[in-house]
Design a protein around this ligand. Structure first.
Ligand SMILES: O=C(O)c1ccccc1N[C@@H]1O[C@H](COP(=O)(O)O)[C@@H](O)[C@H]1O
Length: 204
C-alpha cells in the first residue's frame, strides 16, 4: 500500500477481531473526551488482543504527562497522539521522556496552520479539521498548495476520509491516512467499510 492507514476510535471486542483480520498499520484508542472514549481498563483489554504488527496509538487531549507515561509503561499503547492545545514546551518534555512515535494534531483552516506547525518537534504532524473525530475534512487545497512549494514533516491526514474521497486523499503525500467516522455505521465501527477502504488503498 502506498499509504499507511490508521483506524481510530476502537472500543469493542469485535473491532479488534476486525482489525486483526484486516491489518491496518495503526489503530487508535481515544482517551480524550469523546463518545469514542475508552477507559484504561477497556484499552488494556483490547490492546492486549491486537496482533503485534498493528501499532496501538493513544489519543489524548491536554493530558497530564504522567498519565501518558503510565499507559506506555503498561504497553497499552506504542505511539502517542496529542489532539489538544499542547505547545512545543509540552511536546519537547514528553518527547524526551518517551521512545515511541509522537504525533501532534493540528487543526487546519489554511496554509498558515500547516506552515506554523513545522516548528513542532513531534515525529509526525496530523492535519485534521477542528477538534477531531468530526467526520469532516478541512480544505485539502491548502495542503496541496503548501506541498507544491516545499517539503514538510511527515504527516497523518485525518478528518472525514471515507470511500468517496480516499483516492483523492492518497494523492496528498501523507505518511498515513487516519480514519474514524468513515469506518462507522450508526456510530459503530463497521468491518465492511474498513475492508472496502483497505481494498481501495491496495489498488494503487
Ligand atoms: O475520534 C474522536 O472522537 C476524537 C476525539 C478527540 C480527539 C480526536 C479524536 N479522533 C481523531 O479524529 C481523527 C478522525 O477523524 P474522522 O472521524 O475520521 O473525521 C483521527 O485523527 C482520530 O484520532
Amino acid at each position: 500500500m502506498k499509504n499507511k492507514v490508521k483506524f481510530c476510535g476502537l472500543s469493542r471486542q469485535s473491532d479488534i477481531s476486525a482489525v486483526n483480520r484486516l491489518r491496518p498499520d495503526y489503530v487508535g484508542f481515544v482517551f480524550a473526551k469523546s463518545r469514542r472514549q475508552v477507559t484504561q481498563e477497556q484499552a488494556e483489554d483490547l490492546s492486549g488482543q491486537l496482533i503485534k504488527e498493528i501499532v496501538p496509538v493513544g489519543v489524548f487531549a491536554d493530558e497530564k504527562q504522567d498519565t501518558i507515561l503510565k499507559f506506555l509503561k503498561k504497553e497499552i499503547i506504542r505511539a502517542v497522539q496529542l489532539h489538544g492545545n499542547e505547545d512545543e514546551e509540552y511536546i519537547r518534555k514528553l518527547k524526551a521522556a518517551i521512545n515511541v512515535p509522537l504525533i501532534k494534531a493540528v487543526p487546519v483552516e489554511g496554509e498558515e496552520d500547516i506552515l506554523k506547525a513545522q516548528k513542532f518537534s513531534a515525529d509526525y504532524l496530523l492535519f485534521d479539521r477542528g477538534r477531531g473525530g468530526t467526520g469532516e475534512s478541512f480544505s485539502w487545497k491548502a495542503l496541496r498548495k503548501v506541498l507544491a512549494k516545499q517539503r514538510i514533516k511527515p504527516f497523518f491526514l485525518a478528518g472525514g476520509i471515507c470511500e468517496r474521497n480516499i483516492k483523492e486523499a492518497m494523492t496528498l503525500d501523507a505518511w498515513c491516512l487516519d480514519i474514524s467516522s468513515g469506518i462507522e455505521t450508526e456510530g459503530r465501527k463497521d468491518e465492511k467499510k474498513m475492508s472496502r477502504l483497505i481494498g481501495l488503498l491496495k489498488e494503487e
